[in-house]
Each structure stands twice: as C-alpha cells, then as structure tokens.
Write a new protein. Sequence first.
Length: 772
Amino acid sequence: MPYTCAPLGSLADMTRLSAKSLLLLFLLHFSLQSPWSHGLQPGEPEARKIYIVYLGERRHEDPELVTESHHDMLASVLGSKEDALSSIVYSYKHGFSGFAARMTESQARKIRGMPGVVSVRENQIRRVHTTRSWDFLGLDYKQPNGLLAKSSFGDGIIIGVLDSGITPESPSFSDAGYGPPPSKWKGICQAGPSFPASSCNRKLIGARWYADDLDDETRAQEVLSPRDSNGHGTHTSSTAGGNIVHDVSFMGLVAGTVRGGAPRARVAMYKVCWQSCSDAAQMKAMDDAIHDGVDVLSLSIGSAGENPAAMHVVAHGIPVVYSAGNEGPIAQTVENSSPWLLTVAATTIDRAFPVVVTLGNNETFVAQSFSSKDSGDDQFYEIQSYQDEECNYRHINETMKAGSIIFCFTSNFSSPPDYGSISYMVAMKGGRGTILPYYHDGVLLQETNIFKNAPWVPIDYEMSYKIYQYNISGIKHGKPMAKISATRTTIGSSVSAPKVAVFSSRGPSPSYPGILKPDIAAPGVSILAAAPKTPPFGKDILYHFDSGTSMACPHVAGAVAVLKSLHPEWSPAALKSAIMTTALTYDNNGFPIQADGKTSKLADPFDYGAGSINPNMAADPGLIYNISASEYLKFFKCMGTGGLGAHGNCSVGKSPYVVADLNLPSIAIPDLKVTSRQTVVRTVTNVGRQQNAVYRAFFHAPAGVKMAVEPSVLAFSRGRSVLSFRVTFEATRKVQGDYMFGSLAWHDGGSHWVRIPIAVRTVIEEFYSNIY
Ligand SMILES: *[C@@H]1O[C@H](CO)[C@@H](O)[C@H](O)[C@H]1NC(C)=O
Ligand SMILES: *[C@@H]1O[C@H](CO)[C@@H](O)[C@H](O)[C@H]1NC(C)=O
Ligand SMILES: *[C@@H]1O[C@H](CO)[C@@H](O)[C@H](O)[C@H]1NC(C)=O
Ligand SMILES: *[C@@H]1O[C@H](CO)[C@@H](O)[C@H](O)[C@H]1NC(C)=O
Ligand SMILES: *[C@@H]1O[C@H](CO)[C@@H](O)[C@H](O)[C@H]1NC(C)=O
Ligand SMILES: *[C@@H]1O[C@H](CO)[C@@H](O)[C@H](O)[C@H]1NC(C)=O
C-alpha cells in the first residue's frame, strides 16, 4: 500500500503535537513535497525507483562476500559492475541478505525471476507515530527492593531506537557516572553536521543515519547526521532509556523527575526518519543493529513492521517493539501486526491538567489545558467568537483584536478546527487565550502550548454550547467576557486510568486476522520526555509533552530492557509472553479498563491486546509461551510476509489460518464455522521458582462459544517444565457473529495468574464459502 500523507489537522496528525504541524505550517508551509510522489511523465525514459531485493538468510559468513554477491546479481541485470555500484543504495549483510537499489520496473522484474530471490518490493515510505507514566506503572525507582533496583535499572542493556535522530546534549543522555559501553557493543558514532563524533558518550553509545535512499532535493533540506531536528526520536529514546533527571517541568507544570523505563540502559540511535521513514533505510538500520549488538529495538513507525528484517532481528534474539498506529478508534487499523513483534496500543495515565473557565455571567466550568502553569491569569477578557468556517487561522489573523480570548463554535464536530495553528496565531497576535471545541471528550489534547501568555483550552460540545448561548445573550450585559485560571496538575485515583486513548489503532489485524493484535497497551497520552533545542521547542525547553502510540512503544521497550537485564536468557517470545500474560485489565479504581471512542466502552482485546502493561508482575510470570526462531521463520514463509507466496509451502486452501497454532500468548479465530469445532494447541514453560507447580485452567468463553481446555490441570516437575494443552472452540449460536472475547488463565494457587486474551468470530459455512 503506497504511503499517502495525511492532511494537516486530520485525526492522524492530531495524535502528535501540532508543534509539528505548526512547524510545517509556518516554517515550511507545504513547500516540502514528498520526493516519492513524482510520477512518471509521458515521454520520459522508464523511471528508476528504489526496490528492495530480499534474499532470505545470508549464505556467507563474511559480510563483504555477501555484499559482493549483491553487486554481481545487480550487475548481471544492469549490465556492468559500475552501474551496479552506482545504483545500489543499501546492502543488507549481517542479519540477513538483500539489498536496496535504484532500478527500472523491468529490471526489478528480471531480478524477481532470479534464483535465490525471495521477494522484490518497491521501497515504501512510512511515518512516525508521541513522567509520571513510569510511577503509574509501578516501576518506582526509589524502592530499594523494587524491580528497577533488582535489575540494576537496566544496566548493561542496549536499547536501539529507529527514529528521527537524537539530541545528544539532553540531560537524559548525559553519561555522568557510566562506565564504558558493554563489551559486546560493536556499533559506531557516525558523525555529520552538528553531530561530531564526540556527540556519543557512555550513555548514548552509538548513532547512525541512513540517507542513501533520499533524493538530492530532500538531502539538501535535511541535517545529514544523527541530530534530531524534529523531536520525535529524542522523545521516544528518552522515554525508553533516558536518565533520571530531577527538577524538570514544562513551564512550571508537572514539576518533578523525568526518566526512562530503564534509566541505566545505554541508548543507540538509528536515524531512519527524515520527513518520513523508508523501508529500505529501516532494513539497513535493523541489519546494522543486529551487527552492533543491541538488546531491544524500539520503533514508533507506521506499517514497516511487516518487513522481513524485523523477523530476522527477532530470530537473532532481539525483541522488537512497534507502535500500533494512531488511526483509532476505527476497527482494523492496527499496523505492525507480524506475530514476532510486540505491538503497542496507547493509554492515558492518572494525571490531568484542569483549568477553571469563568464566563462574565459567573458560570464556571472545568476543562483541561496544556498551557504553562502561569499562562491563565484569572482576569476577564472580551470573548471574540467565530463560527464554523470562520474559525481558521487566516481569518482569525485578519480579524482578531489583541487582548481578547478567541472562541470557536462549530455545529459540526466531525470537522474540527486546526487547533495548533489557531492557538499559535492567537498567541502571536497578543490574544489572551483560545477556547476551541475538541471533537472527542475524555481524551485530553496532548498539544503543548508553548506560548506563555495565551492558554489554550480544548472543550467538549456541551461547554461549547454554553459559551455560545452566553455569547448570544451576553449582548444584553455588554461585551461577552471570560477568564481562564492557571493550570493545575492532578494525579491519582481521582483521574480514572488507564483508558485506551481514542487515537490508538484497533484490531483485528487487517493483514493477519488469525493473530490477535495489538498485543499490549502502555501510556501514550501527555507523556513528558526530552526535546531538541530546535524550533518550535526553543532553547529553554528541555522536555515537552507528546502523545501517540509512538510514546507508548518506548514504554514497552524500556520495560523489556529491564526484564532482559533480569532474565538475560529469555527469548523475545518469552519476554513478550511475560509482558502479555501479566497485563492488567482493571484500572486504578478497580473497574474494568475503558476505551475511548465516539463514546467510552469497556476495552476489549482489539483495543488493548492482553491489557495494560504491568512490569512488576512481568518479572515473575510463572509460565511463558515460548516460540523458537525457526518456528517464526516457518510462519514467516507461510504468511508470505516477504512476498514469498508462490515459493511458500502453505496450503492456504486447506488451512487458511494455520497461524492459529503458533504458540502465541493470545488466540484469535476469525472463522469459527457454526457446524464445526476448532482446536488450537499451546505449550507453556514453567519459569517460576517452584519446579513442582500445579496450574489449573480458569477460562471465560467468548459469548456464543463453547470452550474446553484439555488437560485442565498442568502438573510441572523437575524435568517436566514444558507442557502442552488443547483449547477447543465450538459455536453454540447458529448465526453469523461479530467478534466475541474471552480469556484463559492458568493459576498456581499462589501469586501467578497467566492470562491470555481470546477473540473468536463465528461464520456461517455457506456464507463463508461464498465470500472466499
Ligand atoms: C459574579 O460574581 C461576583 C463576585 O461574586 C459579583 O460581584 C458579580 O456581580 C457577579 N456577576 C454576575 C453577572 O452575577
Ligand atoms: C497574518 O497577517 C499578516 C498581515 O495582517 C500577514 O503579514 C501574515 O502573513 C499573516 N500570517 C499568516 C500565517 O497568514
Ligand atoms: C461536517 O464535516 C464533515 C467533514 O468535513 C463533512 O463531511 C460533513 O458533510 C459536515 N456535516 C455538516 C452537517 O455540515
Ligand atoms: C456572538 O454574539 C455576537 C453578538 O450577538 C454575534 O454577532 C456572533 O455571531 C456570536 N458568535 C457566535 C459564534 O455565535
Ligand atoms: C525459549 O526458546 C528459546 C529458543 O528455542 C530458548 O533458547 C529459551 O531458553 C526458551 N526459554 C525461555 C525462557 O526463553
Ligand atoms: C517446499 O516443499 C518442497 C517439497 O516438499 C521442498 O523441496 C521445498 O524446499 C519447500 N520450499 C520451501 C520454500 O520451504
């Protein structure tokens, strides 16, 4: 599917700070054209595009020989070695074999037919998906016997982040108190403009950048070094592995300590995102990350998780964590849904930023604001109001009076105003505040108002209507007025959390409905983390808020780093299993976790996978669902992920969802026929302290489905630490069904509840065969 850029102000964009859209709007103003959008003009010679040639596992030990074989293969199609050398963009030679090269479609077709070629695909362009959060998760750094202390705060673990670069001067990446990098580290510090080789240190141990596939025009606009000019990569890296930094605040708001999940882990940045992130570059970065010796990879990037490189990374024992995407609450929007990945949904945390708005008639209401602590001064100002189409920054720019509060009223909540540019404009023109409707209540806009004197207050329809009525009637009492208080910060159980964020992408997986996705949820709303010192953040802003599954992903990567430090022998599947089977499905007030959408509802596995991550429990899961690299490889081939299709050996007709038997810590059956049963097999390994543990099955069958677990008791012993069981599903309703959800938990009578989520949809046979 070709990448298309979401228009500004779209739902997708809103999940990340308008700082970015502001930047685009005011600094670049749409002048940036995607280099990939140029079509072929009539009469031109056949255009050359970048194609990724994937050759599977590498055939030589020596990486240089691997690259040479790539040159030979390319030369045989392009005609000469010189042409091969000038067209090759990246050679993948460490963790797997393949290359990216510029060629014409007919040349790509020729290569596709050559022996040893698994797939040839056109390079795809992806986009990036944005601390109290760690305390909220119970990962308390002050507890002497806590998980962080036990895992030495992630010491010795290397977190690799593929993103938009990094800000090496941030206190989050200071190396004060660090010893030399772990001896296994083989990475480099690749210098470039505003990023001398000395930018890396004992904390930020490596940095590379990948620009070989960019065209000249784009290269000219970019900082060709690991320097982060966008803010995304600095934010995500500091969330996963940033230092503990005290006395941080965002303009007085949320003053306190900021830190990453594994604060003593080392960080390595692989800059693959410029204006966007290409698959060819990501594959090269993954190949290098395998070579360099990273322990976990964190990628807050759209859709690229289905490329073969990610599977090879996992096959090398490196867990790969991806964001689920920001296209929620619409179903079937989850991205990065390959089974070897940990796909992360976003939730809120127990923190809110209330402000009090008082109208001239003394009517008050509480809303949320992200403005700096002192921006609201509690003084009455005149309200200047705009309706529907009038509410755009150009019109406001032309008509607003300094010293007034700008209010927008819209009768159509499905076309919300462009918050970022309007509040920016109001602040620039000396306004005293912006009150704008936000189309969904429940979720606080993550937008940080970086303009001190003009608080920005997103409000819901009801409040919006109150102000509208007051404005209309206000004329009787003179000018309509309003005042906005300073922003406060509230934390704790008065703010119900976690809730699945409205923007978080939802299952079922459109690519693989037989794999339950997302896997897990983690904080991704209003996350405070490190910022670059570039516009629009400014010199003084070291930390800023951002929201998105992009921000949730590094939370899980940080937790994986801590767990891996504690259990270095655990496979990526074991780490994923531990995280999923211990997830929480209840919020901080003991109620089932909710999911925000058009309205709030109880969250189900398509919203949050197994639930909200609970790192403390994940350290001691009792049982794990393990998967070996070779099984992943087998399913990789079956699913045609690498475009294998024709070469694969899966009998799709006989067994369309053979993936059901992959030993995942979840079960998804998209096609349970009403006249038949389906059985899946799972295997668990006892990793608890108690070798003779006895586990009993507790399950909650999906509505309309009879479920049986056989055997229902698993008695482990010395030498019998791996046991299998079968789960059988039988539809009891004779109607075509929606997805229904259930769960299966193994309980040892003590502290272990090893729970997996289940999603089943029943289909009527005739209907089913008509469709396929
Ligand atoms: C609003 O409250 C203030 C102080 O309580 C009072 O002086 C003022 O008259 C009230 N205004 C209206 C319109 O009720
Ligand atoms: C705002 O208006 C001024 C003049 O009134 C103009 O110079 C400026 O370009 C406008 N800004 C935008 C972003 O339209
Ligand atoms: C509301 O806005 C949406 C999106 O711009 C548009 O499709 C729809 O027609 C509008 N509805 C009304 C009643 O104006
Ligand atoms: C606010 O009131 C004024 C005066 O009655 C009116 O002209 C304006 O249209 C109103 N604004 C909105 C958004 O209704
Ligand atoms: C899981 O499987 C891998 C590969 O087969 C193995 O190395 C590992 O020891 C197993 N167990 C755990 C807990 O990771
Ligand atoms: C498919 O099966 C055939 C015969 O069983 C075998 O020779 C071939 O290697 C298999 N191909 C793949 C890609 O597994």
